[in-house]
Design a protein around this ligand. Structure first.
Ligand SMILES: [Zn+2]
Ligand SMILES: [Zn+2]
Length: 311
């Protein structure tokens, strides 16, 4: 069933600031964003595809470093969290212990939360890692093993978010949860807008069923001017991607359709878009593919694991 979500004034009240930053990081900056993975939930090669020799993908995740406060955050906890946290450690070592000062979970699909298990006693045996989630997601974790054990043992400390209500994650980082329509069996689905008030706003929206279900399809066009970076769902390239399957009933906006939707915007707006969460079948997985070159030629970007941005 389709549902409409009205952001209304809430979008414009996301503590917006003038975009001051745009360059890639080469020296340590006060606030830095790191792409820790850019694939769909199951990464690549996917299970049962041993013959797949294409570029490897880890599930989508962003790391945020706040060097002013000595804090680090993860957006989504993927099954590849061990490797992804090590990657973050190599860029900015933890201040102490695991050095994870907040994990923001978009929803209860495997690529986005299974990594929480590694905070438990079989792995890190962490203590009090703040995990931020919307109410249904938080309740799902509290009520179902093995996640409930993480809560009971205090490995994680659940913090419920209220949609469209910015919360302070510590330091000067604020995060808002934006509800998005998606296949919500176990939890609702959120996108996150996070920001440092004097700097800029970043959107992380790895999964959505249809743009048309949010703000009558105008969500992206409305929010882009208020953002500096938008990491958005690029699960599938187009409707010809899954041979032998009728894709008309398969959700997720196609990359080609999202580009069509935004093509008339100024180049400076299009350049904010970084496609993320691509399926193993999506040719943008390969940086040298014609599809990757088309994205660049049209003024957009493909997020790649290891990309770093100063905020
Ligand atoms: Zn996903
Ligand atoms: Zn999903």
């Amino acid at each position: 069933m389709k549902r409409a979500i009205t952001l209304g004034l809430a979008v414009s009240s996301l503590a917006l600031a003038s975009p001051l930053f745009a360059q890639e990081a080469d020296a340590p900056c006060d606030y830095e964003l790191v792409v820790l993975g850019a694939g769909q939930d199951a990464g690549a090669p996917q299970i049962g595809n041993a013959e797949d020799t294409g570029p490897g993908l880890l599930p989508s995740s962003l790391g945020l470093i706040d060097r002013m406060a000595g804090r680090r955050y993860l957006f989504d906890a993927t099954p590849a969290i061990t490797e992804q946290l090590a990657m973050l450690d190599a860029i900015e070592p933890p201040a102490q212990g695991l050095g994870v000062d907040g994990v923001f979970l978009t929803h209860a699909h495997i690529g986005h939360y299974l990594g929480l298990a590694y905070f438990g006693r079989e792995a890190a045996g962490a203590s009090g890692v703040p995990v931020y989630a919307m109410p249904r997601m938080a309740e799902f974790l509290r009520s179902n093993g093995p996640w409930s054990q993480l809560v009971e043992l205090g490995n994680i400390r659940l913090q419920e978010m209220v949609e469209m209500t910015p919360l302070s994650a510590g330091g000067r980082i604020f995060v808002s949860a934006v509800p998005v329509p998606h296949r919500d069996e176990f939890s609702e689905t959120a996108a996150f807008v996070f920001y440092q008030p004097e700097l800029g706003n970043v959107l992380y929206l790895p999964d959505i069923d249809y743009w048309q279900e949010v703000e009558g399809g105008n969500f992206l066009r409305q929010i882009l001017p208020q953002l500096d970076y938008a990491f958005i769902d690029a699960t599938f390239w187009d409707d010809n991607e899954l041979p032998g399957r009728d894709m008309s009933e398969i959700p997720h906006p196609r990359v080609t359709a999202t580009m069509d939707l935004l093509q008339d915007l100024p180049a400076s707006e299009r350049a904010k878009v970084h496609f993320i969460h691509y399926n193993h079948t999506n040719s943008i997985r390969d940086p040298d593919s014609p599809e990757s070159r088309e994205v660049e030629a049209r003024g957009f970007n493909v997020a790649r694991r290891g990309d770093r941005f100063c905020l």
